[in-house]
Write a protein that binds this ligand. Sequence first.
Ligand code: ADP
Ligand code: DP6
Length: 379
Amino acid sequence: MNAPATARAPGKLLLVGEYAVLEPGRPAVVMAVDRYVTVTATPPEHAEVELVTDLLDHPVGLRRGPRGLAVCDGRDAGHLAGALVHLAAVVDTVDRLCTESGLGRVPVRLTVRSELHRHGVKVGLGSSGAVTVAAVRALGGHLGIPLAGEEQFRLAMLASVTVDAGPSGADLAAATWQSLLLYRSPDRDALLGRLRAHGVLETLGAPWPGLSVRLLPVPAAVSVHPGWTGQAASTGARIGLLRRTGWRGSDDHRRFLLHSERITTAMAGALLRDEAPALLAAVHDARRLLGELDRRTGLGISTPLLTALCRAAQEAGGEAKPSGAGGGDCGIALLPADASVDGLHRRWTEAGIVPLPLRPCPPPTTRRAPRTPARRTIR
Ligand SMILES: Nc1ncnc2c1ncn2[C@@H]1O[C@H](COP(=O)(O)OP(=O)(O)O)[C@@H](O)[C@H]1O
Ligand SMILES: C[C@@](O)(CCOP(=O)(O)OP(=O)(O)O)CC(=O)O
């Protein structure tokens, strides 16, 4: 109990399924990468809860009140709703779990170190998901509560929906299972409602319709190359914009979901067969589908740099697309085994794209297969 505990969780890249995966039960293929957020939980020095992150230049002290965490120093109030919002949500959610389970709440200092920012700018590798999962793991270790993979994911998801029920949680799944995954999201609005009505413990153990996680093999027939535009983009803002367009629920939206599902399941099948042409075709089709979504909604998924990133990858013999919500951040290219990686990187550098030297996250030494596919899928 209360031992220092260090845990890390990887960032991720979406291969296909962006925006569709926001709908409960709809799939995306997401890949954990070998860059991590590390969180260490230790006894605090001054306050009941202390949060230390490389995003801020000083530790922030918090106290536990009847309505959750509050800053000790009013000048830090903005941080609690900003850079610290995900960390604080984890502490709050675990606090509620402890209270509901009859366990005491434990003083803690969480210290974060992240490899998912470059010179202070987020790269778009799912830092919020990685920090949430790493914090759940570290806090679980500190409290002496052993959490299996799916429990980590569920707790991280509950913390995450208290911040924003919009995101799909694909980043949380990649951070939890540290693998290439076919991920289908649960209904986050329903989870938030249940959490408010019944608490953390009950919601953790309830069925989560829509959620499904399948591990997929990393391909050998193609290599995966992320490129960074150098422009940070806000995923939350783009999800909010999409909600306001009224597109959701339209015939067009339904067609988009079906088309995306076809592409995503085609990619999952191609990964299982390790088939280069089908993998490249899935990326090509996904880029076109995102382009169509962009034209219909005006979301601004594509940018001149992302267009250049995709063109350069095609010239190098591969296929590419924006990865994630778009508007900046990263794109992803797949190259067949006989294409030149140097050629791709040269073209990218000329176009102002930074090739990111990332690899698929190596599997953890012990990994429990997710229980979700067998027990809790709706399809
Ligand atoms: N190093 C970190 N320390 C604490 N919180 C972090 C850290 N990195 C990311 N976060 C949390 O994640 C949020 C960024 O999430 P988001 O904009 O979705 O970026 P990303 O695309 O990398 O997930 C931050 O505002 C913060 O709440
Ligand atoms: C639009 C999306 O389907 C994909 C967004 O992927 P990003 O990689 O942009 O997300 P971050 O994890 O915040 O970096 C939204 C979602 O799935 O939550």
